[in-house]
Ligand binder design. Structure first.
Ligand code: MG
Length: 170
């Protein structure tokens, strides 16, 4: 049985993951409007991942006998200075997600809620990957700044990104 405090925090995270899906859909839309189909695909897949994260939290709350309550969220950013700007905002968003996952993990730790500590471990590892992905793309975009041919090569590369849900944990 989870405490009300922990359930409330987990429920907030369900909502934040759905909001993240929306944040990346808006970035995908921006990239489409700039005719960068590969980048649009990158963000569409990113949005799919966020839906997957939300579902993981959603299912966990019900497994633990809780109740999920969905809330509204603010309008995501729809306009950006350029493609690099989307990744800078994306990284800022992921750093915020990491902070939230850590504070969830802190609550679970204080309450010695070992099942939830174990559940959150996957997300802690996932955030290392998320931040690394954004950091790497920021570095690559800075390196090719002003080089349209290199930008289109990267666009082609990102067009190949697909979503594969991770295998269920043993
Ligand atoms: Mg997420």
């Amino acid at each position: 049985m989870l405490s009300d405090k922990l359930l409330r925090a987990l429920n907030d995270q369900v909502n934040y993951e759905y909001y993240s899906e929306y944040v990346y859909l808006a970035m995908s839309s921006y990239c489409e409007s700039e005719d960068l189909k590969g980048f649009a695909n990158f963000y569409a897949i990113q949005a799919q991942e966020e839906r997957f994260h939300a579902t993981k939290f959603f299912n966990y709350i019900y497994q633990m006998g809780g109740r999920v309550t969905l809330k509204g969220f603010p309008e995501p950013q729809n306009d950006f200075k350029d493609i690099l700007d989307t990744f800078i905002e994306g990284l800022r968003h992921e750093v915020e997600v990491t902070k939230r996952i850590y504070s969830l993990s802190d609550i679970a730790g204080e309450e010695k809620e070992h099942a939830t500590i174990s559940f959150l471990k996957w997300f802690i590892d996932e955030q290392v990957e998320e931040e690394d992905t954004f950091n790497t793309l920021i570095k690559r975009l800075k390196r090719i700044e002003g080089n349209a041919a290199a930008l289109y090569l990267l666009d082609d590369e990102l067009a190949t990104r697909t979503f594969t849900p991770p295998a269920p944990q043993a």
